[in-house]
Ligand binder design. Structure first.
Ligand code: NOJ
Length: 668
């Protein structure tokens, strides 16, 4: 008996050495076409049906995706059937890496991988590899086109990837053709969806939360989702070139990852780092020049039509005005001042000149003064979507700014189509945005990209891509004819757009009147504006209001103290579209910051402080809605008070209609 056991062990060791696999994987290979998450709760299976490849997924033995087919229409032929599986290989991975900046420092990248190689049975015998990675919080997969005889350069006319959801879930999304993704996320049953942009978030009848998106969008078209009109099956819809093709590529190449987060609560969606894990590690090497921060700008005053972008009597970028903003930034500990409208071209928003300031903007005087005050000028390149004009000047434009010590540039692409032709999220747009980030990195410049393609986690690879718009931000509360963003908007964003990455929403309103459009305004209370600094994550945050509106307001203390780089994030409680509470720990200290916001309904939130260090006492400085605060009638009342708390405390706080609470926790 003893000998038999030893022999068995030897045989097992032989196979482990032979295949370089650990015992778990040997066991898994018995069911080779199945891969499970490391915790075993998610199962992904592949198979073929009449020559078509499918995958299906379950969580805790309940189906998430039924048989969902994979493949492509290429120019001239299909690449979707007549396949047989030639090989399946398994591996696993577990590593913890550190973010340059982020919502937390340490990220665990832990998955089981299954690579499935398929080959056509037809004359062409072309090959395709599908690489599946299953994590404890979801999965991702991508197609790989290996070197081969009968596939060289090719054009993708349609990606046929399906997401065949098992149930009629509730969803949140914006339509695919929403300009710059600046739309209000609507809740619909999956059966009512048309073509939508990702992230698409769902709540299932079993109480699970799912988000479909993509990771590492590189030299490919952005993926949207179109519903099969007869069912709840969704299919990839790639943003086309003006000429109708989707992607021009050649072997060897890969598609972006198609991702699905699977979470047990809405809050857990926000804690998933699956998208970042499916991007490549930092390629920039030394990143000591990359610094998150908080800044102010002449921005709201321009949107409120107090100043103009173009030169003239009310020109916002006038030297004296900018110096005033620099003084304010220095006094209140802001790292930067954003100045838009400093360069020639704003008369007709066309041929912008990126190294030619208006005469009343003395860049040398301004940047010298800023430097003496330890503040940086934040640059601005509005391209109006004219990428050719921008690419022609880009390198010189970054060098020009850099010469004056400007190392953050906000870029913008306002305009129907890029160069009047291409959609922002087409392969053309994706290539352009990438070029800009890479060129900026060569000059050690950080980017805040407005009117972008939806983010997909690229900041892991190129951490100078700090933040992006791609959201209906607070500027809509200045000029939108529909009155501005409704109260629930910011209770949905963290679970939709926010899952795609840092979001330049620009909260910070302290004055709620709008002299230009009196019926358009910020639909929150003052306390909710403070809380949004924590709730909507961005490593560069602009306190958006005019500086005059911050002077002498004690609530400003929260904004000037709130960091933009975190060592840890927790989501104690959330319900999509209703309320959300987030707490984040400062990367540079032991302080925690909490933000909790509600939709149009007043509510009492019970804040469970178990995230604080056990056994320690903290001072909680609380900024909460005051008596009679109401986003419609009177947004201003705010109570600022201090309490002693610890990790066992449950704070009960009344939030006004579209109100909030913001708290700073300092250890005694
Ligand atoms: C739209 C951007 O979102 C906004 O922030 C900017 O001020 C204008 N374009 C001008 O570039």
């Amino acid at each position: 008996m003893k000998i038999k056991c030893r022999d068995l062990l030897k045989i097992l060791t032989f196979f482990i050495i032979l295949f370089g696999l650990s015992p778990t994987i040997v066991a898994q290979n018995l069911k080779k076409n199945i891969v499970k998450s490391p915790d075993g709760t998610i199962t992904l299976e592949v198979g073929t049906n009449q020559g078509k490849v499918f995958y299906k997924v379950s969580k805790d033995k309940k189906s998430i995706l039924n048989e969902s087919y994979l493949g492509f229409e290429l120019k001239g032929n299909s690449f979707k059937d007549n396949f047989s599986i030639k090989n399946i290989s398994h591996s696993k991975f577990d590593e913890t890496w550190q973010q340059t900046w982020g919502e937390e420092i340490n990220v665990r990248n832990h998955y089981n991988e299954m690579k499935v190689s398929v080959k056509e049975n037809s004359k062409l015998t072309r090959e395709l590899v599908i690489n599946f990675r299953v994590f404890d919080d979801g999965f991702g997969f991508r197609y790989e086109f290996p070197e081969q005889k009968n596939l060289k350069e090719f054009i993708i006319m349609d990606e046929l990837t399906e997401f065949n959801f098992a149930d009629g879930h509730k969803t949140w999304s914006i339509p695919y053709n929403t300009a710059f993704y600046e739309g209000l996320y609507k809740s619909n049953p999956i059966s009512k969806l048309d073509t939508v942009a990702t992230p698409l978030t769902m709540e299932t009848k079993n109480g699970l939360f799912l988000t479909v998106h993509q990771a590492n969008l590189t030299d490919y078209a952005s993926m949207n989702l179109a519903r099969d009109k007869k069912s709840t099956k969704l299919k990839a819809y790639l943003t086309p070139w003006a000429t109708g093709e989707k992607v021009f590529t050649k072997v060897p190449s890969t598609t972006p990852w198609r991702t699905v987060i699977i979470a047990k609560s809405a809050g857990d969606l926000m804690l998933s780092r699956l998208m970042l894990n499916l991007n490549e590690p930092n390629k920039l090497g030394d990143v000591s020049w990359i610094k998150p921060g908080r800044y102010i700008g002449i921005w709201w005053a321009i949107h409120m039509e107090k100043y103009t972008w173009k030169a003239g009597p009310n020109h916002g970028a006038k030297t004296e005005n900018v110096l005033r903003y620099i003084d304010f930034a220095a006094k209140h500990n802001f790292s930067g001042v954003l100045v838009e409208g400093w360069n020639k071209g704003w008369e007709d928003w066309k041929d912008f000149q990126f190294s030619e300031p208006y005469p009343d903007f003395d860049i040398k005087k301004i940047t010298d003064y800023a430097k003496s005050k330890n503040v940086t000028l934040i640059g601005h390149h509005e391209t109006a979507g004219n990428t050719i004009n921008y690419e022609n000047q880009m390198s010189d434009a970054f060098a020009y700014y850099k010469k004056y010590g400007v190392d953050i540039v906000k870029t913008g692409y306002v305009g129907g189509k890029l160069d009047g032709k291409q959609l922002h999220s087409s392969q053309y747009g994706v290539r352009h945005y990438r070029k800009v980030i890479e060129e900026a990195a060569k000059h050690k410049i950080m980017i805040d990209n407005h009117e972008p393609v939806m983010p997909t986690g690229l900041q892991r690879t190129l951490p100078n891509l700090m933040t992006q718009e791609g959201v209906r931000g607070q500027e809509w509360d200045a000029w939108s004819k529909d009155g501005g963003n409704p109260p629930e908007h910011t209770t949905i964003i963290p679970f939709t757009r926010g899952l795609a990455g840092p979001t330049d929403f620009t909260p910070g309103t302290f004055n709620f009147t709008n002299p230009v459009l009196p019926n358009t305004k910020v639909h929150t209370t003052l306390a909710k504006q403070l809380a949004l600094s924590v709730v909507i994550y961005s490593p560069l945050q602009m306190a958006s209001d005019m500086i005059e509106n911050y002077e002498n307001n004690p609530a400003f203390e929260f904004i000037t103290n709130c960091p933009t780089d975190w060592s840890k994030t927790v989501v104690p409680d959330a319900k999509i579209g209703e309320f959300v509470t987030i707490a984040r720990k400062d990367k540079a200290s032991e302080k925690w910051f909490l933000g909790s916001i509600t939709n149009k309904d007043a509510r009492t939130v019970k804040l469970d402080l178990r995230f604080l260090d056990a056994g320690k006492k903290y001072k909680a400085k609380i900024f909460r809605d005051g008596k009679d605060a109401d986003y419609e009638k009177n947004p201003y009342p705010i109570i600022i008070e201090e309490k002693e708390v610890n990790s066992k405390t449950i704070l009960s706080v009344d939030l006004a209609r579209s109100g909030g609470v913001a708290i700073i926790f300092t250890k005694f």
